[in-house]
Each structure stands twice: as structure tokens, then as C-alpha cells.
Design a protein around this ligand. Structure first.
Ligand code: FAD
Length: 247
């Protein structure tokens, strides 16, 4: 079985994000991690390989040619990695087109994604890649079962689950609950350090959507004590009605 996993570098969830003074993006001197939903996709690829045999390839598109998330994938047990280096400011369609162009040059049964990237939260790349590859797509998947040349995927829907079956090749995007991603072993980390990660320079595409600015959320106003005991209730209700306008 040939499995491709698309992985993105995202800011660590605990990092303090700062917007650049010119509002063109965020300051880059922060901690970066493998997008947590992509970690689920990597784990699932490894589990499928352990059960059915095959090869797992991780692909990442990164404007700075930073290969740290691909090193982590290799340390987890991925067989090979490929880094696509392109211009900055790509929108979801450009990301999908560049990934799909790379995937088309490879043999694959299954392409795995996270359901979303936790920084931009667009949820768009997997569906666009599936469309560009002209293969079926199942999203927000919490269980994957392979039966010969087809795959049965359970997906989360409002108030229940939906079970879908499709033939390979196909695209699946992964949701929390699918598995528990493994920690890389020391041996895995050492082996990953030695592996070569090919870098492909790719031409940027014209933007179909441009980000025109970034704003940090306005700081929360400080809390206010309006009084004590039952005597404060009247004033609290007035403030909730007239200032906060939540009643
Ligand atoms: C390090 C970095 C810096 C960036 N800086 C800027 C910037 O300054 N300004 C700007 O406009 N845009 C920038 N981009 C592009 C932008 O952040 C998004 O990649 C793009 O809009 C796609 O949206 P999304 O990440 O929300 O994708 P979603 O559709 O939410 O992602 C879903 C899934 O698609 C896959 N995926 C998404 N992106 C990639 C990728 N690059 N490589 C491999 N798989 C991927 C992952 O499996 C992910 O879980 C940057 C991207 C990266 C990786």
C-alpha cells in the first residue's frame, strides 16, 4: 500500500503569537510544531502500513524550506519525506494545486490529511486536492478500515456517525479520536537525523485570495467587582443589560 501524508508546520498552541508591525503576518521567532491533526494522519498511515505493508511518504509545502516537521514524521516511522519550497503567501487553492501536482507524479493508494491546520483553519486543502486528483474524498474521519482495494471510513456528523466506503485511490482527512499518535523513539530520532530530505523548488502561483492584514484580538477589559452579597445583584443585572447587553 502506498500512502502519502500531507503535513504542515504550524505555531505551537502554547506560543505567544505577535503580529508584525506592518500587519503582513506573524513574527516567525516562535515555537513551531507538526499540525496536531496531521500527527493523527501520520499515525494512521503508520498503523495501516504495519497491518497491510507498504510505504509511507510525508510531503510538506513550506515557504522557508524548514524541514523540522518532516524530521518528526521520519522519527515517528515514515519511510521518506519530500519538502516543497515555494514563495510566501499562498492561499488554500495554491497550496492544494502545488500538493496535487506533486502527488500526481507519484504512485499512491491513499492520501491522508489533517482535517484542518490549526493556524489558518481553512479546512479547504484536502477537498481541493481530492478534486484536483479527481479521486473520492472522505472528511473528518474517526475510523479507517481497509478491505482489499477499498476503504471503509467512519466520519463524525452532527449527533452521530456516517460510515462511507470507497475504492482506492482516495483522500481522507483525519479527526481527533482516530488514534493516539505515537512519540518518536530515541532510535527513530537518531535514524531520522541521518535521512536525506529532498527539497523541490516550486514556482509560486498567482494568488486567488490575498490576505490584506492581520490584527491581534483586542485585549480583554479587566474584571470589575460591582459589590458584595445580595446587594450587588441589582447593579450586576443593570450592567449585564445596559453595558454587556447579554440580558
Ligand atoms: C510556515 C508557513 C508560513 C506561511 N506563511 C504565510 C503568510 O505569511 N501569509 C499567507 O498568506 N500564507 C502563509 N502560509 C500559507 C497559509 O498559512 C496556508 O497554508 C493556506 O492558506 C492553507 O490553509 P490552511 O493551512 O488553513 O489549510 P487547511 O485546509 O486548514 O489544512 C488542512 C490540511 O491540509 C494539509 N496542508 C495544509 N497546508 C499544507 C502545507 N503547506 N503543506 C502540506 N500540507 C498542508 C494538512 O494536512 C492540513 O491538516 C504559510 C504556510 C506555512 C506552511
Amino acid at each position: 500500500m502506498k500512502i502519502i501524508v500531507c503535513v504542515k508546520r504550524t505555531p505551537d498552541t502554547t506560543t505567544q503569537i505577535r503580529v508584525k508591525p506592518d500587519k503582513s503576518g506573524i513574527e516567525q521567532d516562535i515555537e513551531w510544531i507538526l499540525n496536531p491533526y496531521d500527527e493523527l494522519a501520520v499515525e494512521e498511515a503508520l498503523k495501516l502500513k504495519e497491518k497491510n505493508g507498504g510505504i509511507v511518504t510525508a510531503i510538506s509545502l513550506d515557504p522557508d524550506a524548514n524541514n523540522s516537521v518532516l524530521r518528526r514524521c521520519l522519527a515517528m516511522g515514515v519511510d521518506e519525506a519530500c519538502l516543497l519550497k515555494g514563495g510566501k503567501n499562498y492561499d488554500s487553492y495554491s497550496v492544494a494545486k502545488l500538493l496535487a501536482d506533486e502527488i500526481k507524479q507519484r504512485e499512491y493508494n491513499l492520501v491522508l490529511f489533517g482535517k484542518q491546520a490549526i493556524d489558518d483553519d481553512n479546512y479547504q486543502v484536502p477537498s481541493m486536492v481530492a478534486t484536483l486528483l479527481d479521486v473520492p474524498w472522505v472528511s473528518v474521519v474517526t475510523k479507517v478500515e481497509v478491505n482489499g482495494d477499498s476503504v471503509c471510513a467512519t466520519r463524525q456528523i452532527e449527533g452521530g456517525e456516517e460510515i462511507m466506503e470507497t475504492k482506492f485511490p482516495c483522500v481522507i482527512s483525519c479527526q481527533r479520536g482516530l488514534n493516539e499518535p505515537r512519540y518518536p523513539s530515541l532510535k527513530g530520532i537518531m535514524l531520522a537525523k541521518k535521512k536525506e530530505i529532498p527539497v523541490k523548488e516550486i514556482a509560486s502561483l498567482p494568488e486567488s485570495v490575498a490576505v490584506t492584514g492581520h490584527e491581534a484580538p483586542s485585549p480583554r477589559p479587566p474584571g470589575r467587582i460591582v459589590g458584595e452579597g445580595s446587594g450587588a445583584v441589582k447593579e450586576l443585572v443593570r450592567l449585564l443589560k445596559e453595558e454587556a447587553k447579554v440580558l
